[in-house]
Design a protein around this ligand. Structure first.
Ligand code: ADP
Ligand code: ZN
Length: 595
């Protein structure tokens, strides 16, 4: 924001110039002595003192002025009401004179002003880095981009069925506020969109504006933070004023948490400014009427840190959670972002959707874009499934490093290890099936990977599912044990995961029969408890050892089950390992065919 500082300089420069010129003009006027008619008469009595006389005659009558330069350097002037008479007197006294036809104003009078104007403009150019004066005039104005008309509409938002449904009444209201007012219906002033970055919150707000065909003002909370004291509040005021003039309209505040963090928790000097800005925002929101036609939409991914004051009725009293897309939504987002791309017949977007759990809309858009770039780089006219797979690995797991040289021994161990996981993913209902197995190291340090293909996005995970997850994670180590003479360090991540799941089952989820529904998680997330309470174990030593033995028993049980499953598919283990060493990467179908 240092441009604000530089914007002040032209004003200062202008002031200085005005003062200098003003005094110059003033002093030059001072050099000319005004003469009254009598003074002029007297002057003409002593022609020896006069050097030059100029009569300025106006064009169409006998009036004008006379300028007399005396020999001692002084200049005198006087208005003339009868030029002919003065001319006669001059001739009488034997004084030479010249007559100038006066146009009323002389160029000389304007030169100071012209020079001043030119200088001012030059300085302005330099100071604003050539961006002209348009911006300077906006000093102190809100940085909300002036009302943008957007041609996005709800069709540009894939998935989000519930979110769109919730916003439909807002669109209707913006389209036709009168109907709602006549009916006495109350429409929320503020809507807060909560969701991870890239889930399409901005897109959704824009689509509402586009669908209702109203102006869209947008500003980001982080813009306010970098401002000088008082400027943030002024901008909020300006933005709301501008919006009121343009209603019905939408104001979109991105990253509202930057401004609307719980008050009194700020660190350092910036927090006063933030509070002022927030207060101004609350004042503005309270200030306009419910049905004035302005809808304020705000986005954040941290609703927990927001000041509760902004959620009060009449402010942001509606909250819409924008979640990461599920399988079906992912597929429609992929379809939407493939519309302008040429896909080959082998592309299966449904499959891509299934393998991209956890991806946001922005991630998916990026995925398709990477695939398109890959296709172009390979000089192809269409995007193949293989391009999407490569993009998937690039965006998801890190670019495959084919160039890295790995020893044969490492490759073999990795192949067995990954196949161990894969067999269990294949056999266990709740975690499979296998999408891809690879022994190509990834950019993020894994020697290989086995990618499962979960069919459904369930919010609740069952006990069986958790056990299956543990078993699948153990598969790698088990395969190493069965085939190699020794075990390796390659399973550390798997072991970590197994332990994490087992602990959570016993200590958090109440899934151990002997312990039951007791939360014994000492690193609990209950931040409201003080240090002492949180760290004072509220359970006995017996319970502690019981927890240990229960975790052990759970791990033991899964291990035994997993080992016997792999042992009974030893032939698959061998064949898959061979295939992997040959191709480095095999698909789920190729793997399933081995059974
Ligand atoms: P946020 O504001 O939540 O961080 P954006 O609205 O900026 O996310 O989303 C970034 C981009 O991701 C959008 O421009 C769009 O291309 C894509 N995107 C996200 N969600 C969707 C969706 N549901 N449908 C289509 N595209 C989406
Ligand atoms: Zn592993």
């Amino acid at each position: 924001m240092n441009n604000q500082k530089t914007f002040r300089f032209p004003w200062i420069a202008l002031l200085i110039i005005v003062i200098i010129y003003g005094s110059l003009i003033f002093s030059s006027r001072n050099n000319t002595n005004r003469l009254s008619a009598q003074g002029l008469e007297q002057m003409l009595q002593s022609p020896e003192k006069i050097e030059e006389v100029v009569i300025n005659s106006s064009r169409d009558n006998n009036t004008g002025s006379v300028t007399i330069h005396s020999r001692n350097g002084s200049v005198y002037s006087s208005t003339l009401t009868d030029i002919d008479r003065t001319a006669a007197k001059l001739e009488e006294a034997g004084i030479d004179y010249t007559v100038q036809l006066d146009s009323g104003y002389r160029l000389n009078d304007f030169i100071p002003y012209i020079v001043m104007l030119v200088m001012f403009m030059v300085i302005l150019r330099v100071m604003t880095g050539g961006r002209g004066q348009g911006q300077m005039m906006n000093f102190g104005k809100s940085r909300a981009k002036l009302a943008v008309r957007t041609d996005l509409n709800m069709e540009n938002v894939a998935g989000m069925v519930e979110e769109k449904e919730e916003l439909r009444e807002i669109v209707e209201f913006l389209k036709n506020p009168k109907t709602f007012i006549e009916m006495g219906a109350r429409i929320p002033k503020g809507i807060i969109l909560v969701g991870a970055p890239g889930t399409g919150k901005t897109l959704l707000a824009k689509a509402v504006a586009g669908e209702a065909n109203v102006p869209f003002f947008s500003i980001s909370g982080s813009d306010f933070v970098e401002m000088y004291v008082g400027v943030g509040a002024a901008r909020v005021r300006d933005m709301f004023d501008e919006a009121k003039r343009n209603s019905p309209c939408i104001i979109f505040i991105d990253e509202i948490d930057a401004v609307a963090r719980r008050r009194g928790t700020g660190l350092g000097g910036s927090h006063d400014e933030r509070e002022q800005t927030l207060n101004q925002m609350l004042v503005e929101m309270d200030g306009f009427a419910q049905n004035q036609g302005i809808i304020v939409m705000a986005a954040t991914n941290r609703v927990d840190i927001l000041d509760p004051a902004i959620m009060r009725p009449g402010r942001f009293d509606r909250k819409i959670v924008v979640s990461k897309p599920d399988v079906a939504a992912r597929e429609s987002i992929l379809k939407l972002h493939s519309k302008n791309k040429h896909l080959a017949a082998d592309v299966d977007l449904k499959r891509v959707a299934q393998t991209t759990a956890g991806y946001t809309g922005a991630d998916l858009e990026n995925l398709m874009n990477e695939a398109a770039i890959k296709a172009v780089m390979d000089k192809k006219s269409v995007i193949n499934q293989s391009d999407i797979n490569d993009a998937f690995i690039k965006t998801g797991i890190g670019t495959e490093k084919k160039s890295k040289v790995i020893s044969e021994r490492d490759k073999k161990i990795t192949a067995y290890h990954e196949t161990g996981h894969a067999i269990l993913f294949h056999l266990l209902e709740d975690v499979g099936p296998v999408h891809m197995i690879s022994i190509i190291p990834t950019g993020e340090g894994a020697a290989g990977y086995t990618m499962p293909l979960p069919d459904k996005d369930n919010s609740f995970i069952t006990r069986t599912q958790l056990k299956h997850m543990m078993m699948a994670a153990m598969g790698g180590r088990i395969a190493e044990e069965l085939i190699c003479e020794d075990i390796t360090t390659g399973a550390s991540q798997d072991i970590k995961q197994v332990t994490k799941i087992a602990r959570a089952m016993v200590m958090q989820y109440g899934m151990s029969d002997k312990i039951g529904m007791i939360n014994c998680d000492e690193n609990g997330d209950d931040v409201f408890l003080g240090y002492d309470i949180a760290h004072n174990k509220t359970y006995s030593d017996e319970l502690l050892s019981l927890i240990d033995s229960e975790i052990r028993a759970l791990v033991e049980e899964c291990y035994t089950a997993a080992k016997s499953m792999i042992m009974s598919h030893r032939n698959v283990l061998e064949k898959s390992c061979e295939l992997l060493l040959e191709k480095e990467k095999i698909t789920g179908e190729e793997f399933a065919a081995l059974f």
